[in-house]
Design a protein around this ligand. Sequence first.
Ligand SMILES: *[C@@H]1O[C@H](CO)[C@@H](O)[C@H](O)[C@H]1NC(C)=O
Ligand SMILES: *[C@@H]1O[C@H](CO)[C@@H](O)[C@H](O)[C@H]1NC(C)=O
Ligand SMILES: *[C@@H]1O[C@H](CO)[C@@H](O)[C@H](O)[C@H]1NC(C)=O
Ligand SMILES: *[C@@H]1O[C@H](CO)[C@@H](O)[C@H](O)[C@H]1NC(C)=O
Length: 417
Amino acid sequence: MFPSISKFLTAAAALSTTAYAVPQGWSDSSGSWQGGQGGQGSGSNSVSTTPTTTSAALNYASASSSSATGFSTASSAAKAVSSGTACNNSPDLCSRTYDNVTHMGAHDSSFLRDSSTDDSIAGTQFLNATYALNSGLRLLQVQVHDLNGAIEMCHTTCELLDAGTLQSWLSIIKEWMDNNPNEVVTLLIVNSDDFKASDFGTVFKASGIDTYGYTPSGSAGNSTTWPTLSDMISANTRLVTFIASIDADSSYPYLLPEFSYVFETAYEVTSLSGFNCTLDRPSGYASSAAAISAGMLPLMNHFAYSVVLSYEIPDVTNIDTTNSPDTTTAGNLGLHAKTCNSDWGQSPTFVLVDFFNKGPAIDTADNLNGITATGRSDSGSTSSSTSTSTSGSVQTRNLGLASGALVAALAGAVLLI
Ligand SMILES: *[C@@H]1O[C@H](CO)[C@@H](O)[C@H](O)[C@H]1NC(C)=O
Ligand SMILES: *[C@@H]1O[C@H](CO)[C@@H](O)[C@H](O)[C@H]1NC(C)=O
Ligand SMILES: *[C@@H]1O[C@H](CO)[C@@H](O)[C@H](O)[C@H]1NC(C)=O
Ligand SMILES: *[C@@H]1O[C@H](CO)[C@@H](O)[C@H](O)[C@H]1NC(C)=O
């Protein structure tokens, strides 16, 4: 089932007497509360260097009750979203506020288990982020590390799995957004080596994707009033970017400190009965209910690890159960979402899954959003139980599972967010 696992275990056994260091950064954002002024740095965000949208931009066909509250940085000629046009794959979502949509997301979206990585067991997805977007996912999570000063997408360490630079990946996402003008996309970046907002800002600008960056108008953080998808599409500020562990920087007001806006359920689940709806991060709220009533957006982590000789690796064996929209069996994505909806009195705003094409996971978001989707170019569903994708155009470097560096990297509950 795992072509590389025996190599991995052999290497692990060979080095079992070595003392390993837990790689720095794997638990980077655990519990660090970005409160205080963290979410308020964009208080001056109404200063815009480009003309704001004209009133015509607001003339979309919807009966939104809470529109036109959320954008101040329209970048280019804004166009109305006309009646019947789909927003995020359904006309029904145009008038919904951003926070009232369930955005299905690919956890560690750039770490592939496919031919480009020799089916690395550190891979969390069979298909890359372009396929995820084509399949209807609208949230892409990535983890970045410092590789000689570059912001590099690496899983736990760059020796283990290096998926290339953030900038080249952002350029591909930007191109997809250029070609899909009615889609609102969210990025969630785990900032493992504590880059600053300005470091990210430089890379966002170089990729060109910064022009789509959405900046909350008025209050930031938990008191933000989110606009409708239509508002965001009309203003062409269709990219929401959350970064764990950054301080807000008014020069890059579209880079939002994750834990000023979002709370998460547990991300280290090793049994299919281990999913729950309890707040795990940030630590500043007493409970999920408290976070929700404070205006925080719920993110439901729904991916499992297998424990193999005390190593945690993404669990692909049970993936058909894990990603199923069913609400019948412990571990089902549908059941977890239903449970959280009942606990919270609302659906999760964000969901993260591994191997998104299994299930397919997007079915659960469609169910929660109450839509029948249109305009997806990939079905989101593949029948093969192994990797089927071609390698991504972002160069992926895999140094091999048998290396001592890999085993050292794996020691100590790793391969996490
Ligand atoms: C919103 O977040 C701030 C920190 O950014 C916190 O001080 C405040 O208590 C939160 N609001 C509520 C209602 O919890
Ligand atoms: C929620 O799930 C996580 C991961 O399985 C676990 O560590 C935590 O104890 C659970 N919380 C509750 C209240 O059951
Ligand atoms: C959106 O609002 C409806 C109606 O209140 C609610 O049932 C649903 O759970 C909400 N979805 C999200 C993601 O907030
Ligand atoms: C995904 O793979 C396709 C096919 O190789 C490629 O065209 C696309 O650019 C890749 N996307 C990303 C984000 O790497």
